[in-house]
Design a protein around this ligand. Structure first.
Ligand SMILES: NC(=O)c1ccc[n+]([C@@H]2O[C@H](COP(=O)([O-])OP(=O)(O)OC[C@H]3O[C@@H](n4cnc5c(N)ncnc54)[C@H](OP(=O)(O)O)[C@@H]3O)[C@@H](O)[C@H]2O)c1
Length: 332
């Protein structure tokens, strides 16, 4: 059933809608049921961007600005990233674009510590203030909190959706049972996205969720798609892996696993070289081939250009099939 909502309230006059630029169309989009905007196929995540030291702010802003300029439209942030700094910096950069970037697809998340109904509402109000927007395109539950019933959280999200303060509702780091439970507590709205950690070397947790999401028509957003740069070729030639890079990488950089992971990653690089494509093209399109939408990170403008260049080359299915086997350890 197509969800129905009351007529949208009038937006502020400063936000005149404009069609997407030709380069945004180059990234491609994925239809999102019930959402007024389609979901861009590749996004930029703003978690570690700039690491939030004051001196990094100019570089952070330049990176976001470059991303918008070359056609990125999906920007992913969260109230917890840099304690709101990520949202504020994103809001600042987009506000300064020619017409306020009405075609941006903005995603933010309510913290797992704020899942009671009044907290959800307050979190969104604060996020919108930092982002300088009337609404976000997609609002995600960052992670479940076993102490707060999902009925409460989902009810609060649906109310915000009916008020047009969020274009669509999603979740993050949800397993199949949590998705089923959360869906039961929505009446008109539905969960359209689940954002999970997913890349060629980290798929055991995501794969069962992916299959469920595919059956339910829920888009899987894949975070850490480049395994923190490893799948861009970083660390393949002896560069030390800094300790902070290991966070949320499911142990792929731990000493007992790293040598084998590096061996497979070099196999992937050889495969990409033979096919005449960047390694990152293989990593990103392997995700898209499996139905997911990759959400890359980047800490400087040059990485934006490299990642977009990688996205613009779609390796043949045969290469993606071989990559799948190499990363899994069946080949090379
Ligand atoms: N929902 C959740 O719980 C959750 C959890 C984690 C992440 N996320 C989201 O997913 C986004 C992406 O995650 P991620 O940062 O782990 O993704 P990633 O794309 O796997 O890693 C990004 C890092 O890879 C390196 N990199 C990117 N492009 C590169 C290039 N062209 N050449 C060399 N190195 C390159 C950079 O490292 P350096 O900066 O070291 O150069 C960059 O910071 C986050 O920003 C966040 O929005 C969500």
């Amino acid at each position: 059933m197509t969800p129905s909502r009351a007529t949208p309230p009038k937006r502020r006059a400063t936000r005149s809608p404009k069609p997407p630029t030709p380069s945004a169309a180059g990234i491609g989009t994925i239809p999102l049921p019930g959402s007024p905007k389609p979901h861009p196929a590749l996004g930029l995540g703003l978690w570690g961007l700039g690491r939030w030291d004051p001196e990094d702010e100019a570089r952070t802003k330049a990176t976001i600005g470059r991303a918008y300029e070359v056609g990125f439209r999906w920007f992913d942030t969260a109230e917890v990233y840099g304690n709101g700094r990520s949202e504020r910096v994103l809001g600042d950069v987009l506000r300064r674009t020619a017409n306020g970037a009405p075609d941006a697809f903005l995603v933010t998340k309510v913290s797992w510590e704020h899942l009671r109904p009044a907290q959800v509402r307050a979190s969104l109000v604060n996020s919108l203030e930092r982002l300088a927007r009337d609404a976000v395109d997609l609002y995600l539950v960052h992670a479940p909190d076993p102490h707060v019933p999902l009925a409460e959280t989902m009810g609060a999200l649906e109310a915000l959706w009916k008020e047009h303060r969020v274009g669509a509702i999603g979740v993050s780091n949800f397993g199949v049972e949590e998705l089923e439970e959360a869906s039961r507590h929505l009446s008109e709205a539905r969960i359209v996205v689940n954002q999970v950690r997913y890349n060629l070397f980290d798929r055991e947790d995501a794969d069962p969720v992916r299959e469920y999401c595919e059956r339910q028509g829920i888009l899987l957003e894949a975070y850490t798609p480049l395994a923190r740069g490893l799948l861009h070729g970083k660390y393949l030639d002896g560069k030390r892996v800094p300790p902070e890079v290991r966070r949320f990488t499911n142990r792929i950089f731990e000493p007992d696993r790293l040598p084998e992971i590096l061996r497979r990653a070099r196999g992937l690089r050889d495969l990409a070289d033979e096919a005449g494509v960047p390694l990152a093209s293989v990593a990103l399109h392997w995700l898209r081939w499996r139905g997911a939408a990759p959400l890359v990170g980047a800490s400087r403008p040059a990485q934006i250009d490299e990642n977009l260049a990688a996205w613009s080359v779609r390796p043949p299915d045969e290469v993606l099939r071989k990559a799948d086997a190499i990363a899994w350890g069946d080949l090379a």
